[in-house]
Write a protein that binds this ligand. Structure first.
Ligand code: ATP
Length: 593
């Protein structure tokens, strides 16, 4: 398949932000792939997402920094590095620099002429980038650069632009999973629900695309979870009133401690291998050799996928420790030392798959029983503390007990016949009931950084405030809620420029909805927990615009930074519709008082 087809598609995608058009452009591309070589579909899907493969493969990255790219462009275009750098300063985008310089390159003899005449294929681009990623060890830096330069030499200027942006991780297309799913449904002749269901159970969009186009919709419907491939996690809604919670669940629920740790999806493969995925489906196995050991010793199955929360415990008292300590462990390079300093326990709460059986379609009581059977419980690896509750009083008492035991609150779960495991969905089958933070705004929210403002005075040289957004699920975009400048320690402030650097964007990123123009735009990637005094109507902020009152959005007043949430991706941020719920709950509380 000609790479020019991909480059043209990328160009079209770049020029639109309309969801309908994005889906149409992708549908056309996928049709072409099917005509030319169906087997390429997975790679094309990853490429469009700006990746060579899903993150959870844990494969190496391409690993060429800005300097290396500059060198590769200079080699390919036959100009001095200085010239590349100067043009970069002027244009601010290495993709454009490559495009411009390669258009001007001398024809460079017969070989170069022949090379440029031949059409560059997508296969060649993909395979070369993959080879570059896997070049490791001594001398690999130079080899990576030379190989990239070779590829750029063969590329037409526009193609070079996109190759460079891809290598830099800056395709900036604004194509979300939802658009790809919709386009796949079109070409496979099925509904988006069928594709989405399969994707929820096997979070590998490329692999799902391959099933869709090579085997068809019936095969998609047969997709089950498969140990080794992460399952998109089921998520909870939130409520603040025990009475309302029980009403939603039909009068009865399984109340479980809500542990403040790191969610872990633990896969046991038939060959005995254990893989642990985080809430964002990254492979975090290397951080938890102890959990691997406990799993091998305690899980009585040939293959299984179970879910639980990894919690830090005090090595002396065995009491639960706060979430930050766990993150501290994740950052430590010496895992064995970290294991000693921050021992962990696993509190299991679900079973998704076991020995050939897809458990996601079974009601919770059956899953919970199967989980009990599958686990040889021990202190380090046991089931989450839980209890069936049938009255608000019982629920409230259990909530207090959970707080006293160092938990954040409860997750109360439906136990009726339809209480299936809803992979990839936030729904009312699980309801979280979290502790009151004793301010008007009862609980913190997780917001995405979309912009930053330069600091003044003491904060000169760094940023003074961040523009934060919630996730608007319907528009698959990020809408602003507040500007946060307090709550950061000096150290956190000093680190901001470095932290934001990889995500800085020249213009407004495609999926950001904002009426405010920050000093720098930031691509949605970093999530922070924010607590504020209250939620108010706002004429400026775009979160939940028109949802409560025509012309108004919602804002958080007096926001304060609490902590970074590196375990969350931008789409995991608090949704605008949840902020509406919080606003309404707040009004309700004010009325009651
Ligand atoms: P939060 O920021 O409140 O942790 P979240 O967005 O990560 O929420 P939710 O589905 O809204 O995820 O809340 C449930 C989260 O609580 C799970 O992702 C999981 O990490 C954690 N958790 C702790 N204990 C339990 C439990 N017993 N059952 C389910 N989830 C639990």
């Amino acid at each position: 398949m000609k790479f020019a087809e991909i480059a043209d598609t990328l160009e079209k995608l770049e020029r639109t932000s309309s969801r309908i058009q994005i889906v149409a452009i992708l549908t056309n591309l996928f049709k072409k792939v099917i005509e030319e070589n169906k087997d390429l579909i997975d790679k094309v899907v990853y490429f469009i997402q700006g990746k060579l493969w899903p993150d959870w493969y844990g494969y190496p990255e391409i690993g060429i920094g800005e300097k290396g790219i500059i060198k590769a462009i200079s080699l390919a275009a036959g100009v001095r590095e200085r010239e590349v750098e100067e043009l970069y300063k002027e244009l601010g985008d290495l993709g454009l620099v490559a495009e411009r310089l390669l258009a001007k390159r001398p024809s460079g003899g017969l070989m170069a002429f022949v090379q440029q005449k031949r059409d560059l294929t997508f296969e060649k681009v993909y395979d070369t980038l993959k080879r570059i990623a896997f070049m490791q060890g001594e001398g690999s830096r130079d080899l990576k650069i030379k190989t990239l330069a070779g590829l750029l030499k063969e590329a037409k200027p526009k193609e070079a632009k996109y190759i460079v942006r891809f290598v830099q991780g800056k395709l900036r297309l604004g194509v979300g999973d939802a658009s790809i799913i919709e386009a796949l449904a079109h070409v496979a002749g099925t509904t988006k629900d069928v594709v989405e269901r399969a994707y929820n159970l096997r979070a590998d969009l490329g692999a799902i695309a391959k099933i869709a186009v090579t085997e068809g919709p019936e095969a998609l419907k047969e997709v089950k979870p498969k140990p080794g491939i992460p399952v998109r996690p089921m998520l909870a809604e939130r409520l603040h009133d025990p009475y309302e919670i029980l009403k939603k669940l039909g009068g009865k629920g399984l109340a479980e401690y809500k542990y403040d740790g790191e969610r872990a999806q633990i896969h046991l493969l038939p060959d005995g291998k254990v893989i642990i995925y985080s809430r964002r489906l990254e492979n975090i196995t290397h951080s938890y050799p102890d959990v691997v050991k406990y799993t091998k010793a305690s899980l009585k199955a040939k293959e299984a996928i179970v879910e639980g929360e990894i919690v830090a415990v005090d090595p002396d008292t065995g009491e639960l420790r706060p979430f930050q300590e766990l993150m501290h462990r994740r950052r430590k390079h010496d895992v064995l030392l970290a294991m000693k300093e921050v021992p962990v326990h696993v509190k299991l709460f679900d079973i998704i798959y076991v020995d050939g059986e897809d458990m996601t379609t079974k009601p919770l009581p059956i899953r919970r029983k199967r989980l009990e059977e599958a686990v040889q419980q021990r202190e380090e690896f046991g089931l989450a503390t839980g209890k069936i509750v049938e009255s608000p009083e019982e629920l409230e008492a259990f909530f207090r007990q959970a707080i006293a035991d160092g938990c954040e609150g409860l997750v109360v779960k439906a136990v009726h016949d339809k209480s299936v495991y809803q992979a990839g969905a936030r729904g009312w089958l699980w309801i979280k009931y979290k502790r009151d933070y004793k301010s008007e705004m009862v609980e913190p929210v997780d917001l995405v950084v979309v912009g930053a403002f330069y600091g003044k005075g003491k904060r000169g040289g760094t940023f003074g405030a961040l523009l934060m957004a919630g996730y608007d699920e319907k528009r698959d975009a990020f809408a602003t809620v507040c500007k946060v400048g307090t709550g950061f320690t000096d150290e956190e402030l000093a680190k901001l420029p470095e932290l934001l650097k990889p995500y800085i964007s020249e213009g407004k990123p495609p999926r950001v909805i904002s009426n405010i123009k920050p000093d720098v735009w930031v691509r949605p990637a970093l999530v922070a927990e924010i607590i504020g005094a209250e939620i108010t109507l706002s004429p400026i902020h775009t979160c939940a615009k028109d949802a409560v009152e025509p012309g108004s959005g919602l804002a958080i007043r007096f926001p304060r930074f609490v902590r970074w949430r590196p375990d969350k991706g931008p789409e995991d941020a608090t949704m605008c519709r949840e902020i509406v719920e919080m606003y309404k709950a707040q009004l309700h509380r004010i009325e009651e008082a």
